[in-house]
Design a protein around this ligand. Structure first.
Ligand SMILES: Nc1ncnc2c1ncn2[C@@H]1O[C@H](COP(=O)(O)OP(=O)(O)OP(=O)(O)O)[C@@H](O)[C@H]1O
Length: 440
């Protein structure tokens, strides 16, 4: 039997007024796979532990299959939790480890058939007589999953189960977990701070920040229609380009978005979304543009839904099937509070290295490079910790485009894929009320 899990205004306050989860509400349908995604410390594990009954709820209610369950002890909830640190008993074989919960539940029953069934589902039948010390990390995590499956739980609660594994194994096990939980039809809540993992796994993704839900939606929805600048920045690789700008809307000429050093004219007649931007005149906005929404091409090739910016190639990341071209435009980058340290691009520096350098230095560097008032810089600055210099747009380019570092290039921006966020970070374009249809 699989179950529905509902949280109503659930909060968790730890000692010394640490609000780990702030009035969280969500309904998870039976058999659904939901991923809790957010930066370290945003409260994901706390939510999972409250569902499991390992952590008391400070206020609000938890329902399992519509029944208030906040008071139930963990065992009575029939939920199986799998942690990042798969705590297998070192002196027990895989068979004994998997069978352990059965021995606790019914000491006199022979759980052999159920152990074999769990091992078969996980493809670890040959490993049943080995000890944890004789298994690889991935195999140990499979045994840990076996221990969760064998109890035939009504839901799985998985807390970063793959984060100890190397990238290749993680990808493989990720696909296996998705297939397995679907096959078993069991409700699954999966915690991760890895946005790529979240996007590839869940029916729905719950993006959290500082204990508060930012958005709930399918992977496609949170990518295509982020409700705020935090979700836009947290979801997607490479990270969305975010630039500070203002709206320039004179009565006698065309509306444009002013990046300080360059203005981008909006096509006439204005789309309904762009008409809404007039209200923002005089206020700072944040423009968001994913790397696939801009292309390096001659202005003669410009389509009616495109607008032009000029830039200078500062860095090229060769990816084989495409390149990520970093183009400085002189625009100022927008900071987003609460994101983790910048995610390093492939082959670039680690979070630890970025932290060692300190946020102050990075910010000052970004501020210097984004100084308004001058043309696009002639001599491109070096890439920063986030893999891009201040204000540099990261643009995908096919193998036919081979830009040289220092080259001036025209950028054609697809206005249908342009996001605008107000000074509070809420998305105003595309307007929330006029959501484009999302094909599944
Ligand atoms: N037992 C505790 N006592 C006090 N504060 C706690 C306790 N457990 C967690 N916290 C705090 O609550 C907040 C949320 O922690 P939680 O572990 O739920 O976050 P998370 O999103 O799962 O982080 P991570 O991805 O790093 O595991 C953090 O600020 C954390 O320091």
């Amino acid at each position: 039997m699989t179950r529905a899990i509902s949280l109503r205004d659930v909060s968790k306050v730890y000692s010394r007024d640490v609000v780990a989860v702030d009035r969280m509400s969500i309904d998870i349908a039976p058999g659904e796979f939901v991923v809790l995604l957010g930066p370290s410390g945003c409260g994901k594990s706390t939510v999972l532990r409250m569902i499991a009954g390992l952590e008391p709820i400070t206020s609000g209610e938890l329902f399992l299959d519509g029944e208030e369950a906040s008071h139930l002890p963990p065992a009575a909830r029939r939920l199986a939790m799998v942690f990042q640190h798969y705590a297998l008993y070192p002196n027990m074989t895989s068979r004994q480890n998997i069978g352990f919960p059965l021995r606790i539940e019914s000491p006199h029953e022979d759980g052999g058939a159920r152990i074999t069934e769990a091992a078969r589902l996980l493809g670890i039948e040959e490993l049943l007589d080995r000890y944890p010390g004789q298994l690889s990390g991935g195999e140990r995590q499979r045994v840990a999953m076996g221990r969760a499956i064998v109890r035939r739980p009504s839901a799985f609660l998985l807390d970063e189960p793959l984060s100890n594994l190397d990238a290749k194994l993680r990808n493989r096990l990720r696909a296996e977990i998705a297939t397995l939980t679907r096959h078993l039809g069991v409700t699954t809540v999966y915690v991760t701070h890895d946005q790529a993992e979240a996007m590839s796994l869940g029916d729905r993704v719950v993006v959290m920040r500082d204990g508060v839900i930012q958005q709930i939606g399918s992977a496609r929805e949170v990518y295509r229609l982020p409700e705020n600048v935090f979700v836009a920045a947290f979801v997607g690789t490479p990270r969305i380009n975010l630039l500070r700008a203002t709206v320039h809307a004179p009565l006698d000429s065309r509306m444009s978005i002013d990046f300080g050093t360059q203005r981008m004219q909006l096509p006439h007649p204005l789309s309904p979304d762009h008409q809404m931007l007039r209200v923002q005149m005089g206020r700072e906005i944040t423009v968001g543009l994913r790397s696939e929404a801009a292309r390096i091409a001659s202005p003669e090739e410009m389509r009616p839904t495109e607008a032009l910016l000029n830039g200078v190639v500062q860095h090229v990341e060769y990816q084989g099937h495409e390149s990520l071209v970093h183009v400085t435009t002189g625009a100022r980058p927008a900071d987003v509070d609460g994101l983790e340290a910048p995610r390093p691009a492939a082959g670039q520096r680690t979070r630890r290295a970025a932290r060692a350098e300190g946020p102050g230095r990075l910010r000052r560097m970004l501020a210097r490079q984004g100084r308004p008032g001058g043309p696009a810089p002639e001599h491109p600055p070096p890439p920063t910790a986030s893999g891009r210099a201040g204000g540099a747009l990261v643009v995908r380019a096919g193998t036919e485009v081979q830009p040289r570092i220092g080259e001036r290039v025209p950028l054609l921006l697809d206005l249908d894929q342009l996001y605008v966020f107000d000074s509070e970070g809420h998305r105003i374009c595309p307007a929330p009320a006029r959501r484009p249809r999302i094909d599944s």
